[in-house]
Design a protein around this ligand. Structure first.
Ligand SMILES: *[C@@H]1O[C@H](CO)[C@@H](O)[C@H](O)[C@H]1NC(C)=O
Ligand SMILES: *[C@@H]1O[C@H](CO)[C@@H](O)[C@H](O)[C@H]1NC(C)=O
Ligand SMILES: *[C@@H]1O[C@H](CO)[C@@H](O)[C@H](O)[C@H]1NC(C)=O
Ligand SMILES: *[C@@H]1O[C@H](CO)[C@@H](O)[C@H](O)[C@H]1NC(C)=O
Ligand SMILES: *[C@@H]1O[C@H](CO)[C@@H](O)[C@H](O)[C@H]1NC(C)=O
Length: 449
């Protein structure tokens, strides 16, 4: 009862923050879409952040090939979401060609055991699969463990014990599911040891893994997490037992400044992540830097269930290519797991028309194609008046060739009615700083590399 009351209050706070939208300048850009809601978070930490370089609190991201459609990319999640929502649209034909399998893995310590986890900026929980877990198919029928595609499972138990009478149940946007006990253990990531972090062990899963990672480290905007009262598979918001996710504990324990920074490398070859500091990469161009507000895109109309999947989102000022500027405002999701830029159809068409020769839409791929030796336009995303140029090498995928026409895929696709996505094509040209303490995204340009 007490718990339900607390959760009602939490839900009210959540609603109150959703209403801020109505008073906010961005209102026009945040027009509702079927099955989507936006939220402007309240900054928890109002002092300016010092974005220093860290020499110790960073680690390497390893690019891993996902399954055929990289089911956890924002584009694929929006696709399955839209199939379930009438009036949805843009992401029907996300294929292995357009997703390229850019999932990022990182090495962390669970107590003293090295584990590889999948970095997910769209979910909040940190969990590990147990060695003796049950792998199930979509209908819940137990199938061989290999079918779930995990790396080695964890053989130990919670360092500080399980939390009695609670469990974790996570439904990812595309139907993947994990279920199991919750408890406390120390987690070490990038040389930062977080004591007694609440984590989950998955003992039952429906999962399309990459055969490398054994769990997920969730870095979504800290709102609600997926622990619930009871030991069955309850996941009603009334049963929710929210807790601070890993990065929130790291910050509240005073271990790091409240931001993390991600720099990914061209060609899905990996990248770096820094916690409370900027990872030491060369070629940062501090004269091309901008800070803008974080908006959270939730894949539901109902704020009560909006903890299921959420995306860090910004509203750029517009785009400029060759002599043309377009300053229409749209919310755009930042996603390292999505390869391309997904833009409103007229904008995607206009930019693709500016390739020489002009690119053409090929519907089987849900992408535009042009001659492999085409000249790409000089394209920039404008954020708070600053132009972030995209290296032309990122605008033509020389290794994604349509066998029928011999044409190569471009880096700009159409996102239909939205929401739109700034994927790797943009993120490999700018370091992204997720300043969750101040609810700001900061970008620093990277000189061509
Ligand atoms: C983490 O600490 C260990 C020793 O404690 C050191 O060898 C290693 O280089 C550190 N990692 C980073 C990224 O600084
Ligand atoms: C899985 O975890 C849940 C929640 O802690 C528990 O009730 C259940 O018995 C466990 N199942 C197995 C097969 O270990
Ligand atoms: C994982 O390994 C299985 C064989 O055990 C294979 O069928 C599957 O395609 C692999 N998945 C990936 C993403 O490599
Ligand atoms: C990797 O990126 C470089 C540009 O830095 C490009 O020339 C090269 O073709 C790319 N390689 C692959 C395999 O895509
Ligand atoms: C997706 O592909 C199907 C055929 O597989 C086609 O009918 C449909 O028009 C395509 N959708 C888009 C948006 O191109």
């Amino acid at each position: 009862m007490m718990r339900s009351l607390l959760n009602l209050l939490a839900a009210e706070a959540f609603l109150a923050s959703t209403l801020i939208l109505a008073r906010h300048d961005f209102h026009d850009a945040l027009s509702p879409l079927p099955g989507i809601s936006y939220k402007i978070p309240e900054p928890g930490h109002r002092s300016p952040t010092n974005y220093k370089v860290t020499k110790t609190n960073f680690l390497r991201l390893h690019a891993v090939k996902g399954d055929g459609t990289n089911s956890r990319s924002a584009a694929a999640i929006l696709g399955s979401h839209q199939r379930a929502v009438p009036g949805g649209g843009g992401y029907q034909n996300i294929t292995s060609a357009t997703s390229l399998g850019t999932q990022y893995a990182m090495d962390i310590l669970l107590q003293d055991t090295p584990m590889q986890v999948y970095l997910d900026t769209g979910s909040s929980d940190t969990w590990f699969v147990q060695r003796d877990f049950l792998c199930t198919d979509y209908g819940g029928v137990v199938i061989p463990q290999e079918a779930c595609g995990f790396g080695p499972g964890y053989a130990g138990d919670f360092q500080y014990g399980a939390i009695p009478g609670q469990h974790c149940f996570i439904l990812y946007g595309d139907g993947e599911m994990i279920y199991g006990p919750v408890g406390y253990s120390d987690i070490t990531v990038a040389n930062i040891t977080v004591k007694r972090q609440e984590i989950a062990f998955a003992n039952t899963t429906y999962w399309y893994g990459n055969n490398v990672t054994s769990g997920v480290l969730g870095l979504a905007y800290p709102s609600l997490t997926n622990a619930y009262l009871g030991t069955g598979m309850e996941h009603d918001w009334l049963d929710a037992a929210s807790y601070p996710p890993l990065f929130s504990t790291m910050v509240s324990d005073g271990l790091v400044q409240p931001f993390f920074a991600i720099a990914i490398s061209r060609n899905s070859s990996g990248g770096l992540i820094g916690f409370g500091g900027i990872p030491p990469i060369s070629g940062l161009d501090y004269s091309t830097a901008a800070t803008t507000d974080i908006i959270i895109t939730n894949l539901v109309d109902n704020p009560f269930t909006s903890w299921e999947y959420s995306f860090y989102t910004i509203i750029p000022d517009g785009f400029v290519w060759d002599g043309t500027t377009n300053t229409d405002k749209y919310p755009m999701i930042m996603d390292t797991g999505t390869t391309l830029l997904y833009l409103p159809p007229p904008l995607a068409e206009a930019i693709n028309n500016a390739f020489r020769p002009a690119a053409v839409w090929i519907w089987q791929y849900g992408a535009f194609f042009t001659a492999c030796n085409a000249k790409a336009p000089n394209l920039a995303v404008i954020i708070k008046g600053v132009k972030f140029f995209i290296n032309p090498v990122d605008l033509i995928y020389k290794d994604i060739v349509d066998p029928l026409t011999g044409l190569c895929m471009t880096g700009i696709s159409s996102g239909g009615a939205g929401p739109y996505i700034l994927g790797d094509v943009f993120l490999q040209n700018a370091m992204a700083i997720f300043d969750v303490g101040n609810s700001k995204m900061r970008f620093i340009g990277r000189s061509y590399y």
